[in-house]
Design a protein around this ligand. Structure first.
Ligand SMILES: Cc1cc2nc3c(=O)[nH]c(=O)nc-3n(C[C@H](O)[C@@H](O)[C@H](O)COP(=O)(O)OP(=O)(O)OC[C@H]3O[C@@H](n4cnc5c(N)ncnc54)[C@H](O)[C@@H]3O)c2cc1C
Length: 504
């Protein structure tokens, strides 16, 4: 039997965006329940150690202060180790407005107990609102709320290449999470490769923790940043941060090889050998520059926003022109197309922790306004400085994506036996052959014929790459929704689904 609960405001995700939303709304008077599948609040950027003796990493003062404020806040309750596996909008209103519970508050009328100690239930907020189905250490549970902030972050993006599925080849984010959370190094001799400034963070962290980092292999030339003087000048803190990481790498003796990529990894008795090749601006591979013996290769080609929960609720999505990823469409407050559902952080576009904090704060304020805890003037006053900061941060994020693109030339690195879908072990050769044999030209048909994206990861790891390969093979651009539209967003025991009934 599953436990049920209710809250005026539910927040999914205890990363920078979710924490900022929770604190902003709670400061305005809302009672907030924050759900996260991690053992401790913090998300990726603010990941806290889960093993005794592993020291916590220091982050920006703003972010560390945010975590402390959230943990100490009397109106915020955390439900960690709880995974939201399904969500739905309860259509309880006469006119079909799915979030009738908050509608009156949205007009500025105070919503009574929305922020008080007593949880809002159907009697407080009226029928409707959102239902979250959770699974935690004590089994399944249900949480309903008239207002919901989704801040589920994103996951590592990695393009496939020969050998990317070998043990020892890991995502840069996974290497970082293991080091920060558990004090575990992915290897003694490590190569960090891909594109984006996150690689610098990972390399410094691993080197300081004792790994011998052979190099950072960065596909983009540094000169691409010269196209964005205004975005860089408007966020000087980022420049300082980059200079700090580059200085640290120099002191630690870690070179940065630019305009190059790891295009193959092979396994030998004594470890791995990573092939490093020159790449042109489209990422077509040129001459091999080195073969590097290592224990581990940490690869990162950016991040993919986690949009599945929002898609399951019916929120509109769009393709972010900055990096081509599928993101949830929101207004300046983080309001999605579904009334009562706000979305913040990487799920609305990959922009880093600082932007996630700003977006979370705006969404938290908007949620408080929806619950009637802030009037229009109060909302405008509290939001103005944050909104201005978010604009600058978004400009910087767009510049970052432009300076570190992932052009389609990587598709040429793949051999026929390169695995594309690791769960179902589908190779690039099989994908191309099936596209040609059956005339496949859309993601759904590709999934049904090849089983790509049908395994445990449900396309989170391979979906974008598969869509890109399909586009190259079929000559037709592929929408990304096909891999994001799932009613059951994360793997869950069948008994849980049976108990709750299949979500509608
Ligand atoms: C593996 C990884 C490691 C990273 N490490 C760093 C780093 O060290 N430094 C850095 O600058 N950036 C890092 N990033 C980038 C990161 O995305 C930051 O920019 C920042 O943490 C984004 O904040 P956020 O709040 O949007 O998402 P996140 O910090 O990712 O927080 C999202 C939270 O939502 C939770 N969640 C997601 N889905 C569910 C669900 N269905 N049910 C319950 N909970 C859910 C997650 O457990 C997570 O705690 C990393 C990204 C990844 C993917």
């Amino acid at each position: 039997m599953s436990a049920t609960g209710a809250a005026p405001l539910a927040v999914v995700g205890a990363g920078p965006a979710g924490l900022a939303a929770a604190v902003a709304a709670a400061d305005a008077g809302a009672t907030v329940v924050v759900v996260d599948l991690g053992q401790r609040p913090g998300g990726q950027y603010l990941r806290q150690p889960t093993v005794a003796g592993v020291p916590a990493t220091a982050h920006s003062r703003r972010a560390d202060g945010l975590l402390r404020a959230a943990l100490a806040h009397p109106r915020i309750t955390f439900r960690t180790r709880h995974q939201v596996w399904s969500t739905s909008v309860e259509d309880g209103s006469a006119d079909g407005n799915p979030a009738a519970a908050g509608a009156s508050a949205a007009n500025g009328r105070p919503a009574g107990d929305a922020g008080g100690g007593r949880p809002v239930d159907a009697g407080d907020g009226g029928p409707g609102g959102m239902t979250l189905r959770l699974i935690g250490p004590d089994g399944p549970a249900t949480l309903t709320a008239p207002a919901l902030v989704l801040a589920p972050g994103g996951h590592d993006r990695v393009v496939p290449f020969p050998g990317w599925d070998l043990p020892g080849v890991v995502t840069a984010g996974a290497a970082q999470a293991l080091a920060k959370g558990q004090g575990v190094l992915v290897g003694r001799r490590v190569l960090v490769a891909g594109t984006g400034p996150f690689l610098l963070t990972v390399a410094v962290g691993l080197a300081r923790a004792g790994a011998r980092v052979a190099a950072v292999v960065e596909a983009a030339p540094l000169r691409r940043w010269a196209r964005h003087p205004r975005a860089v000048a408007a966020t000087p803190g980022k420049l300082v941060e980059a200079a700090r990481y580059l200085g640290a790498l120099r002191r630690l003796g870690v070179p940065v090889w630019r305009g190059q990529a790891v295009t193959e990894v092979r396994e030998y008795d004594d470890g791995l050998r990573a092939t490093v090749s020159q790449v042109d601006p489209d990422w077509a591979a040129g001459a091999v520059t080195r073969t590097v013996p290592v224990d581990a290769v940490c690869v990162g080609h950016g991040f993919t926003p986690s949009v599945e929960l929002a898609v399951a609720l019916g929120c509109a999505t769009r393709v972010d022109p900055a990096d081509g990823s599928l993101v949830v469409e929101v207004d300046q407050w983080g309001r999605s197309s579904v009334p009562g559902v706000l979305v913040a952080g990487e799920a609305t576009g990959v922009g880093g922790a600082d932007l996630a904090i700003s977006e979370g704060r705006l969404a938290g304020l908007a949620a408080a306004h929806r619950l009637g805890l802030l009037d229009d003037a109060g909302l405008a006053r509290a939001a103005a400085p944050v909104a201005r900061r978010a604009v600058r941060q978004r400009r910087f994020a767009a510049a970052l994506h432009e300076a570190h693109p992932v052009p389609a030339g990587w598709t040429g690195w793949l051999t026929d036996d390169t695995v594309v879908c690791r769960c179902e072990e589908v190779t690039a050769g099989r994908l191309r052959a099936d596209v040609a044999a059956y005339g496949l030209d859309d993601v759904r048909a590709l999934k049904l014929v090849t089983r790509i994206g049908m395994g445990l990861c449900q396309g989170r790891v391979c979906g974008r790459a598969a869509a890109c390969l399909l586009a190259a093979a079929s000559g037709r651009e592929q929408p990304l929704e096909g891999f994001a539209n799932r009613q059951i967003v994360l793997p869950v025991p069948l008994g849980t689904v049976a108990e709750r009934g299949t979500p509608q």
